[in-house]
Design a protein around this ligand. Structure first.
Ligand SMILES: NC(=O)c1ccc[n+]([C@@H]2O[C@H](COP(=O)([O-])OP(=O)(O)OC[C@H]3O[C@@H](n4cnc5c(N)ncnc54)[C@H](OP(=O)(O)O)[C@@H]3O)[C@@H](O)[C@H]2O)c1
Length: 315
């Protein structure tokens, strides 16, 4: 029997990474991210990827119309209002996309008995912890984006379709907009660059998160268990944005002087948590999951960026 899987947010970093892996898996019959990882067979899965042109999360009636006509075994929500600063200026729109639309997705998943995979964020936490955050730790978001993501989690847990919430952090990839691509662009344009050094988190390669999502589908989506659960998945290790920039410049031999600055100096519109390392022990109990250090994933991502956009580092 074929399992129909819907990926919402096909243009997101995660959505494009899923498309990449699914394409590779069909090519090779099974997905194996590296020699250490277990092969995930995607035989019997039929993926559909939709963007806002087909499913606009800002339009509640469009969401209902879509799911009235389409039914899936698994729904993966990769779409979100992800501009953390802009969310302070457009809290209602951020709330609609990140919370109210997700509440609708959860209701449809419950009605259709679909397995819902919803992606959430380390920014549900306030960053005052002194050890990596557990799934069970009390969230306390300090910006509008984090508040909207927390409300999405609470809606999923309350409506309780079969499924999982996966919190992740500091996503980077060869796709879309992210810190790595910004550093590559600015690093070759400027002689010096000031980067925040008092926020600590775990950079996470969207390809590795995509593999975790596919592992969850392969190992848990078919189980009859009915309780929605939270998991944390990030690459291993923790660093500051300054450390992250330094690693990017070192790996690409970019000659740009980095200057560490505080969040206060940077003065972004939204406040950000100071420390958001997530404890991954729970998700790592699922079989066959790969979790590598962020530096190793960054090296692979930089190679992929050269393939996808060879001009990125030479302009
Ligand atoms: N980026 C991070 O550092 C980070 C950290 C922690 C958690 N997360 C979470 O991880 C997930 C994936 O993030 P990402 O970085 O891969 O996302 P992303 O690259 O920023 O892309 C956001 C996606 O949301 C879609 N979207 C926005 N408004 C929409 C609407 N009204 N209707 C339909 N789609 C809409 C965008 O579509 P368009 O291309 O049409 O705009 C795009 O596909 C999100 O849930 C995010 O909250 C991200």
């Amino acid at each position: 029997m074929t399992n129909r899987i819907l990926v919402v947010g096909k243009t997101s970093q995660l959505g494009q990474s899923l498309q990449k892996l699914v394409g590779q898996a069909y090519h090779k019959q099974a997905l194996r991210l590296c020699e250490r990882s277990e092969a995930i067979s995607l035989a019997g899965y039929d993926f559909s990827f939709v963007g806002r042109d087909t499913l606009d999360l800002a339009n509640p009636s469009a969401i209902d119309a879509f799911f009235t006509h389409h039914r899936f075994d698994v729904v993966i929500n990769c779409a979100a209002y992800t501009n953390v600063d802009q969310a302070e200026l457009e809290p209602e729109l951020a709330n609609q996309i990140n919370y109210l639309a997700v509440k609708q997705l959860a209701k449809w998943a419950k009605l259709h008995k679909s397995f819902l995979i919803h992606i959430s964020s380390d920014y549900v936490f306030d960053g005052t912890a002194t050890r990596p955050y557990l799934e069970s730790d009390l969230p306390n978001p300090i910006n509008c984006y984090g508040q909207s993501k927390l409300k999405s989690e609470q809606a999923c847990l309350f409506i309780n379709p079969r499924g999982v919430i996966i919190r992740t952090s500091w996503l980077f990839s060869e796709f879309g907009h992210n810190f790595v691509k910004t550093m590559l662009r600015l690093g070759v344009m400027r002689e010096t660059l000031a980067v925040v050094s008092d926020q600590l988190g775990s950079p996470t390669y969207a390809t590795d998160l995509a593999q975790a999502v596919l592992s969850v589908i392969a190992h848990t989506a078919k189980s009859a268990s009915s309780n929605m659960e939270i998991y944390h998945f990030t690459n291993a290790g923790v660093c500051s944005w300054y450390d992250f920039a330094q690693a990017i410049f070192e790996l690409k031999a970019i000659d740009c002087q980095l200057k560490p600055i505080t969040s206060e100096d940077y003065a972004a519109i939204a406040k950000r948590p100071a420390y958001t390392e997530l404890n991954n022990a729970k998700i790592m109990r699922l079989p066959g999951l790969l979790r590598r250090p962020w530096q190793e994933a960054l090296t692979e991502c930089l190679t992929e960026i050269n393939h996808v956009n060879p001009s990125t580092t030479t302009q």
